[in-house]
Write a protein that binds this ligand. Structure first.
Ligand code: PMP
Length: 456
């Protein structure tokens, strides 16, 4: 049993013993945790003192089916009571892992019919990079190793995923390097559509492939909609153009669906919006709605054909690849998504969210570039959107707004990792109701009114 302790005791223990991910350790050691989450129900999380918050970002964009889904708890309990764990190494398997693989093959676009299981998104992306390089090695191209990724893309924190991430602080943390990752050089712009006179042409994937040489480039990785880089939607025709470009140059296309997968954008997978099938597709987060740690790389027939001809040990694998409990939770979670029509619901509620963001933009001069695809949304805060004038960094606009919302019991997320950047992200659980959506917009509206008058 977890000992019963007061919130103050938990905070003191945490402050003393826990190093937190993506947190300022100096401030944390002084201030301790911001909240001690204890319970959840639907779109709400409740802290140890009983204070309820609306979770406007599904925690880390992962709690797709919402908090307090007892069916997922039961699926975990029942599976765990059967067997602690069953390895997938040396050709062993277990029932939920095999069944989940079959389900994923049925759901995924095109011939993405096999899966390599991992425990999360970073592991999935590193696995995809390795498989892409392995694929070309098997074809005799031992130098086709480089990976192209996009500025403001986020792919995780393992060494290769970190280097593919287009956010400087993450990419450079502790100086860890993977020399074959091209450090998130490509821009997300319409120049990919083929205009060589575009001012950004040097930064476009086509020109990077040409510069490096197609015989050196293994794969391009991109998110259908960039998440942690500040919620950036691709220009029209972009995803299709990248697919065509990869085909033209014999480069694999990796879709990082870690946020977009499992209904978040109003389709089961982000790629479905453009009818594009990548060669490798990375999944995590929403596959279990955060109730268990699970990820995977979905592998197309083209890549799989090469893998299954390899008559040696595939020397890659995580202890928790295909963990039976996580896979049982994944299966039940997908059952809930399908049974409760949560993909269609994300689309419908996404339309409500679009209206809400439009309302905020119409009412508040500082709200700019509202955008969403289903329930993945963001907007900018600017001093003068018409003149493209950002707030001075000292204003900390995104951060102040998010803090004000927190004080009003709504959790949303700020992104301000570049000079002049003030982006706010919203991604509620897919179970959100129209009324809850209205409440969320009302809170942001009131918070904006309270803080924006103080911004210069
Ligand atoms: N890819 C994307 C698009 C993500 O948003 C994240 C996590 N936010 C990751 C990869 C990394 O996943 P994880 O934290 O599970 O390793």
């Amino acid at each position: 049993m977890i000992k019963s302790s007061s919130t103050n005791e938990i905070s003191a223990i945490d402050k003393k013993h826990v190093i937190h991910p993506t947190t300022n350790p100096y401030l944390h050691a002084k201030q301790g945790p911001k909240a001690v989450f204890a319970k959840g129900s639907g779109v709400n999380v409740i802290d140890a003192e009983g204070r309820s918050f609306m979770d406007g970002v599904s925690m880390l964009w992962n709690v797709n089916t919402g908090h307090g889904q007892k069916e997922l708890a039961a699926a975990a309990y029942e599976q765990m009571a059967e067997i602690a764990y069953g390895s997938q190494f040396y050709g062993f398997t277990n029932k939920p892992a095999a069944q989940l693989a079959e389900k994923l093959a049925a759901l995924a676009p095109g011939s993405l019919d096999s899966v390599f299981f991992t425990s999360g998104g970073s592991e999935s992306n590193d696995t995809a990079f390795k498989l892409a390089r392995f694929y070309w090695q098997q074809h005799g191209y031992s130098q086709k190793n480089k990976i192209i990724s996009l500025q403001r893309g986020y792919h995780g924190v393992t060494v290769s995923a970190q280097r593919a991430t287009g956010i400087d602080a993450f990419r450079n943390f502790s100086g860890s390097k993977d020399p074959d990752i091209l450090n998130a050089k490509a821009h997300l712009t319409e120049c990919e559509l083929g205009d060589r006179s575009h001012p950004d042409y040097k930064g476009c994937i086509r020109s990077i492939i040409e510069k490096e040489g197609a015989d050196r480039v293994a794969a391009v990785i991109l998110e259908p909609v960039q998440g942690a880089g500040g919620v950036h939607l691709p220009p029209e025709g972009y995803v299709e153009a990248v697919r065509a470009l990869c085909d033209e140059h014999n480069v694999l296309m990796i879709a990082d669906e870690v946020i977009c997968g499992f209904g978040r954008t109003g389709e089961m997978f982000g790629m479905n919006h453009w009818n594009v099938t990548p060669d490798l597709m990375c999944i995590a987060k929403g596959i279990t709605s955060g109730y268990a740690q699970l990820g995977g790389v979905l592998i197309s027939e083209k890549v799989n054909k090469v893998i299954v001809q390899y008559d040696n040990v595939l020397a890659h694998g995580f202890t928790y690849s295909g963990h039976p409990t996580a896979c049982a939770v994944g299966l039940k979670n997908i059952e809930i998504i399908e049974r409760d029509g949560l993909v269609a619901r994300a689309k419908e509620m996404g339309d409500e969210l679009k209206k809400g963001l439009q309302y905020l933009q119409d009412k508040h001069r500082c709200v700019a570039k509202p955008r969403n695809l289903g329930l993945l949304a963001g907007f900018d805060l600017m001093k003068d959107p018409e003149a493209s004038l950002p707030f001075h960094d000292s204003v900390k606009a995104a951060n102040t707004l998010v803090e004000e919302c927190f004080d009003r019991n709504l959790i949303i997320r700020p992104f301000d990792f570049e000079e002049g950047m003030n982006i706010v992200a919203i991604a509620p659980p897919l179970v959100i109701t129209k009324q809850e959506m209205e409440n969320m917009i009302t809170i942001i509206d009131e918070a904006l009114t309270a803080v924006s008058s103080k911004w210069e």
